[in-house]
Design a protein around this ligand. Structure first.
Ligand code: GLC
Length: 541
């Protein structure tokens, strides 16, 4: 029996607002995805994950859903979504959609009914409405991930919980209606042929029944504390929900997959989400948070694979997504550690160095066992746009932090496809993208890079083709070989070695029969600093 596709797939994340705009309203849409499917197939990815496309007031870019069974009019129609699913399959790819179960939009009919029904009504019981503290303040001291208190008071005096924006009220997962509703939503999309779901904030659904205060005053979702009794992150009770969901997915066959967005303290905690009767996979954010340092990278790979092997789940590797500073920029800073863009200190960026390291990191990521996620635009080497004018910022973080954290818009700028001036082929010629694209991206368009033999896009093409064709890559055995300080030497069987020079001095390639691919041009078997190569080596094992 062959292993299910998702155990070693390369999955491309489409942040729908910024991928391709078919109708010229400045926002990406389904038409924009459909017209670029050939690009994705030629790139060599196995699947796409599309961020939320449901009707939404867009208070958080679509992560505030008002109807889970339809498509936002700005993105298209349900019929177009069904056509996209069929076309993706016809191109021999798969499609994963984004499920947002922790909260709805405040415009969702349930929340509107809850507001209308008044305090202590059954309608309010689907959310977390509470009376305020005797001091007159909110029921507890929880903070929103986007800044400010996690509670908002409604006109009749009750408060409701929102771990994110005030337009994203948290559901009460103890309520049977909530559980039944999401099981039905899963079936709705599985019936339409989607291959899986990315689960938003999978570690946040269940809250401590007493909603007790939290001892620390700042709760960063991306850096959760290492404890098992946190009042709202990574609680044991979430696992029962996922066991129920797994049964539903399995009833549609072995090829439907879940991937959890769970920010947890360590790989052992992540492994709990992917036990055999729970979710299939989970993003491994430790790799993305890891600094550009050989020992640190080696330790993350070891801890992750060990913890996930113990439960039989494949690891996943990811370097960027729509919530964090693009890795070209992270790797171009003096301090390369970190994932969260919102509260990170900003240092000067050497974008050239960042791109060079990003090229090397790609070869490392794609040589590791398991599956990998690419975030749209990383194949073009896009950097974080850190100079967006404040008046265009849309991430709720900007307002909720009192203009102290710019938020995540810098990694969400619409892609440059072609041409010499904005919108760079993102939409029809006179389109004004919802976030302005920097003129400097004129040299990074997909059209231009397709013709440049050593462009970032070319490296992605070649690496993805080799990963698909070479028997040693993807799932399978692997081991570290002894190496010089600052150098990683990863052996895959049969006959492949990935060498990554994370140090700032050149190193010598090990004995090999053939160079398969390198992130920089090589001379005389010397691998320069911040670069990587895949080598064919003699012998098996
Ligand atoms: C997840 C999403 C993020 C969103 C948040 C609230 O972390 O990736 O974009 O803002 O959940 O839904």
């Amino acid at each position: 029996m062959t292993a299910p596709w998702w155990r070693d797939a390369v999955i491309y994340q489409i942040y729908i607002r910024s991928f391709g705009d078919g109708n010229g309203d400045g926002l990406g849409d389904i038409a924009g995805i459909r017209s670029r499917l050939t690009y994705l197939r030629d790139l060599g990815v196995d699947a796409i994950w599309v961020t939320p496309w449901y009707p939404s007031p867009m208070a958080d870019g679509g992560y505030d859903v008002s109807d889970y069974r339809d498509i936002d009019y700005r993105f298209g129609t349900l019929a177009e979504a069904e056509e996209l699913i069929a076309e993706v399959h016809a191109q021999d790819m798969r499609i994963i959609v984004d499920l947002v179960p922790n909260h709805t939009s405040d415009q969702h009919p349930w929340f509107q009914q809850a507001l209308a029904a008044g305090p202590d009504s059954p309608e309010r019981a689907r959310y977390l409405f509470r009376h305020g503290a005797s001091s007159g303040g909110p029921p507890n001291n929880w903070r929103s991930v986007f800044g400010g208190p996690a509670w908002t008071r409604v006109a009749d005096g009750q408060w409701y919980l929102h771990l994110f924006d005030a337009h994203q009220p948290d559901l009460d997962w103890e309520h049977p209606d909530v559980r039944a509703e999401f099981e039905s939503i899963l079936r709705f999309w599985l019936d339409r042929g989607v291959d899986g779901f990315r689960i938003d904030v999978a570690h946040g659904l269940v809250k401590h029944p007493d909603l007790p205060d939290i001892e620390t005053d700042h709760e960063d979702m991306m850096e959760p504390p290492d404890r098992t009794d946190h009042p709202h992150w990574d609680r044991q009770e979430v696992h029962e929900i996922y066991r129920g969901w797994r049964k539903i997915a399995d009833s549609y066959g072995p090829d439907r997959v879940f991937v959890a967005e769970a920010w947890v303290a360590k790989p052992e905690r992540l492994a709990c989400y992917v036990r055999p009767d729970e979710l299939h996979t989970a993003f491994n954010f430790d790799f993305l948070r890891c600094s550009w340092h050989a020992d640190a990278l080696r330790a993350v790979v070891d801890c992750t694979t060990e913890a996930l092997d113990a439960v039989g789940a494949p690891p996943t590797w990811v370097l960027s997504n729509h919530d964090i500073t693009r890795h070209v920029t992270r790797y171009g800073r003096a301090s390369t550690r970190g994932g969260g863009s919102q509260h990170e200190p900003h240092g000067p960026v050497d974008v050239g160095l960042g791109r060079r390291r990003a090229r090397a990191a790609l070869l490392l990521m794609l040589a590791l066992p398991g599956s990998a996620y690419l975030y749209q635009g990383e194949e073009l080497g896009l950097e974080e746009v850190e100079d967006l004018p404040p008046e265009v910022l849309q991430d709720p973080t900007w307002e909720r932090s009192g203009h102290t954290a710019r938020g995540r818009d810098g990694c969400r700028v619409p892609l440059p496809w072609s041409g010499f001036r904005p919108p760079f082929g993102f939409g029809p010629v006179d389109t004004r993208p919802w976030l302005p694209q920097p003129q400097r991206w004129v040299s990074l368009t997909a059209e231009l890079q397709k013709r440049e033999p050593d462009s970032m896009l070319d490296l992605y093409h070649r690496a993805l083709r080799l990963r698909r064709d070479h028997p040693a890559l993807g799932e399978g055995s692997w081991s570290w070989l002894p190496s010089a300080p600052g150098v990683l030497l990863l052996r895959r069987s049969p006959g492949l070695v990935c060498i990554v020079n994370v140090s700032n001095a050149p190193t010598t390639l090990p004995r090999h029969e053939r160079l398969l691919l390198s992130s920089e041009p090589l001379q005389d078997s010397v691998l320069p600093a911040d670069s990587a190569a895949w080598l064919e080596v003699p012998g098996v094992g």
